[in-house]
Structure formats: structure tokens, C-alpha cells
Ligand binder design. Structure first.
Ligand code: FES
Ligand SMILES: [Fe+2]
Length: 440
């Protein structure tokens, strides 16, 4: 193995690789420094495709959500023609925040300050007070709402990019596109974000939540009570030990772990705890999946579980239920998190009930996993901020001496997927990759 060509390692000061000792480490200041935080804004969040929302959140013309993405306030709206748009949520008169509702349905957006009125397409319609502006004042559209430079969609998942010359979304997603597709494939008619979202804010650098989200290694220790519950529920003796699967980098910093675990899935793995009434319903889901996708793909989509990170800040938990999490860094040591549950738009109400129950049991805010996970990464941040000795955090598990980090592969209990994330983070922070088709 050691005589294979080894990629040239030239990492920034924040990542330390020692191939001889098979060590991959990250400088802990990357989790607390204001300078790194500011650099991430410029080199990561201003250049990567960032998740905006799902098409089902703005199903009808006039539907909108207002959301801060990459530190900037946006409106995600469906215009009268049915086209989805991403507009900056700022009035072009003096820059006031325009829309103060988090979501709703609108015919126009009216600024609370002087009353300028904008259409759903962003065009300035009215300046409220009669007169005062020449006929050419907005002839060139200068005062229309400003669209985000790029908005693209993949299987009804909408992403924005602040760099006008960014590479296309589909190229950016690289190997992660198939993992989004395996979620979208769970329904013949499309998915829907189930009404409502969970929002929380916690202490800790945003990257701690990202790492935690596809860190299977901590499962048996941190979530011991969950695995005991699962053993009870599935009449199994050791659910934690019977999991198997892989972890890997998917290109451009995206990564995943994928496992088989007999914990039950609304699409589409029945367990006795779901009850006999659910059995034929889930069998019918399986039959539909097999007919549409073929047996092999249907097995993978329906039976296996995946936690995927779309670089930089999107978590797709396709496990006991499907949830989307977006992490919004607020400061070096504070993050906001939004979580949406997702399911097939035409799901049987009984399965939907099981889905929501499964979702709340594990990843819900008071579920078996999330409170423990938050506690764990808050402890990491606390250690970091309170003088933990040593400069480095370790992410070496499963590393081989000749690993190609962006596409690292290993057992699901290893840390290959995190190394792929950090390798991409490092390239961006160091300015080695701008994810751009031009100079901008
Ligand atoms: S700031 Fe919006 S109308 Fe004046
Ligand atoms: Fe966890």
C-alpha cells in the first residue's frame, strides 16, 4: 500500500496530517477563532451552494418563507407564474428588512417603513406617496428587489449561491446527488416538508454539529439508552452490535455513513412495534418502490439508513424518518439550527403517524439522540474554551497511509467522512478551490 502514489499534502495551519503515524488532526482554534469565522464567511459560505428550502414549502403562487442563509436574510417565494425565486429580504429604498413574517402567503411585499410595494417577482410596484419621483426613476429596474445571484434546484431541493460564477449545483453535489435522490425516490409523487419546523440555538461552533451528525462512532456510548430502547422495541439482544455499513467522502466535502439497522423505517422497513395494521401498508410501499426503482435500488432506498452531509452545513438524516437540518453559524461559539421533517406527499395517515413518532423519538428536540448530542458537542466547546491542553482534535479513525481524503472510505464507525469534509474546508479556507467557473 505504501508504494502507491500519495496525494501531495499541503494543508493550512489548521489541519495536520501525518501519514506515517496515520494521524489526521484539526487545530481546535478552528472551532473558536473569530478570524476563522470571518474567513469561513468569505471562502465557504460566499462560495458554496447553500440549502434554501424545499419546493413543497412554497407549493402555491404567493407562498413564501423568509430565512437567513449564509448570514443574509432572504425571501424564498413562488411568483404568480409559479416560478421559485430567491430574493434578498431588504427594501431597496433604505435597506430595511422587508418581510417580517417567517412564512405565509402574500400578493405583494410591502415595506413597513415608507410603504414601497414589491411584486412576488421583486419588481417595484408602488412608492406609496404620490409623486416625487421622475418617470425614469426605476426604468432600469434599479429599485427592484435584488435576486440572489444563483438559485438552482435538484429533485425539489432548492439551493442558492452568492457567487454568480459558481459551478452548477449538479456538479457541486458530485456523489452526494445520489443520496438526495435516494430521499426523493421515496415517493412517486414527491416529498413534502411536514408542517412546522424545529428551531434551536446552542453553544458550540457550527462544525461540531456537522461532525456529530455523521459520527456513528459515538452511537453505542453516547446513545446507550436509545439502543436499549431499540432492543426492547425490536426484541433484539444487541441492536448496536448488529449494525453494519460504510462511511465515505462523496467529493467536494460531502460525505455519508450508510448502515443496515433493524430499527424500522416508514419507507419501508416494518418492525413489530409499528403494529400489525401498519404491516400491509408498509408492504404496499415496498411493492411500489420495487416496481418503480427495481429490487436492488428499492432495497437500498427502503431498508438502509443514511446520514449525509452536504458541504458545508446541510444534514440529511435519512434514518428512522427523514429530516433536514440546516446549521446557521451565529458566532464562533454559537449556532442556530433548523430541522424539518419530510415525508411522501401522499403518505397514508397511519404511516405518517408512525413516521412522526419515530422522528420525535430519536432526532426530535426531546428525543433519545438530540439532547445527548447537543450536550456532547457543548462539552467539546467547553473543553476547548476552558483550557483543554493540546492543540489538536483527532479524526484519524480508519485512516490509511495512502488515503485520498476527499473520497476517503471506511467502516461506518470510522471517521473517513469527516476527513473528507475537513479536506474540502481546508482547500476553501486556503483559497485553493473557489468552486467557480470564472475569476469571481
Ligand atoms: S425603507 Fe422601505 S420604503 Fe423606505
Ligand atoms: Fe448522536
Amino acid at each position: 500500500m505504501l508504494d502507491m502514489p500519495i496525494e501531495k499534502d499541503s494543508f493550512s495551519e489548521y489541519v495536520s496530517v501525518d501519514r506515517g503515524r496515520q494521524r489526521f488532526r484539526v487545530d481546535r482554534t478552528a472551532y473558536s477563532s473569530a478570524e476563522v469565522f470571518e474567513r469561513e464567511r468569505r471562502t465557504v459560505f460566499a462560495r458554496c451552494w447553500l440549502y434554501l428550502g424545499h419546493g413543497s414549502e412554497i407549493a402555491k403562487p404567493g407562498d413564501f418563507v423568509a430565512r437567513a442563509v449564509g448570514g443574509r436574510d432572504l425571501i424564498f417565494v413562488r411568483d404568480r407564474e409559479g416560478q421559485a425565486r430567491a430574493l434578498f429580504n431588504a427594501c431597496t429604498h433604505r435597506g430595511s428588512t422587508l418581510c417580517r413574517d417567517a412564512a405565509g402567503s402574500a400578493r405583494v411585499f410591502t415595506c413597513p417603513y415608507h410603504g414601497w410595494v414589491f411584486g412576488l417577482d421583486g419588481a417595484l410596484r408602488d412608492t406609496a406617496s404620490k409623486g416625487g419621483y421622475g418617470p425614469a426613476f426605476n426604468a432600469d429596474g434599479l429599485y427592484n428587489l435584488v435576486p440572489v445571484p444563483r438559485l438552482e434546484v435538484f429533485r425539489d431541493f432548492y439551493f442558492i449561491n452568492y457567487n454568480p460564477a459558481a459551478i452548477p449545483l449538479v456538479d457541486y453535489l458530485a456523489g452526494a446527488g445520489d443520496y438526495l435522490a435516494m430521499i426523493a425516490d421515496q415517493s412517486a409523487v414527491g416529498l413534502e416538508v411536514i408542517a412546522g419546523a424545529q428551531s434551536f440555538s446552542c453553544y458550540g461552533n457550527w462544525k461540531l454539529l456537522i461532525e456529530n451528525s455523521y459520527d456513528a462512532y459515538h452511537g453505542p456510548s453516547l446513545h446507550q439508552s436509545y439502543f436499549e430502547f431499540l432492543d426492547n422495541r425490536t426484541a433484539s439482544t444487541n441492536s448496536a452490535a448488529t449494525q453494519s455499513g460504510f462511511g465515505r467522502g462523496l467529493g467536494n466535502g460531502h460525505g455519508v455513513f450508510e448502515i443496515r439497522l433493524n430499527s424500522g423505517r416508514p419507507v419501508a422497513q416494518w418492525i413489530p412495534a409499528f403494529g400489525e395494521a401498519a404491516k400491509p401498508l408498509i408492504e404496499a410501499v415496498n411493492a411500489e418502490l420495487t416496481g418503480r426503482l427495481g429490487a436492488e435500488r428499492a432495497e437500498r432506498v427502503g431498508q438502509r439508513q443514511r446520514n449525509t452531509i452536504i458541504f458545508p452545513n446541510l444534514v440529511m438524516n435519512d434514518n428512522l424518518a427523514v429530516s433536514i437540518r440546516s446549521v446557521y453559524p451565529q458566532s464562533p461559539t454559537r449556532m442556530d439550527v433548523k430541522v424539518w421533517a419530510v415525508g411522501p406527499a401522499d403518505e397514508d395517515p397511519h404511516i405518517r403517524k408512525i413516521r412522526l413518532d419515530n422522528y420525535l423519538t430519536f432526532v426530535g428536540p426531546a428525543g433519545f439522540a438530540t439532547p445527548d448530542d447537543i450536550e456532547a458537542f457543548e462539552l467539546c466547546q467547553r473543553g476547548n474554551d476552558h483550557g483543554a491542553p493540546g492543540r489538536w482534535s483527532d479524526l484519524s479513525k480508519g485512516m490509511t497511509a495512502d488515503e485520498e481524503f476527499l473520497h476517503a472510505q471506511g467502516d461506518f464507525m470510522d471517521e473517513a467522512q469527516m476527513r473528507s469534509w475537513w479536506a474540502q474546508w481546508d482547500r476553501l479556507i486556503a483559497g485553493k478551490d473557489r468552486l467557480s467557473m470564472g475569476e469571481s
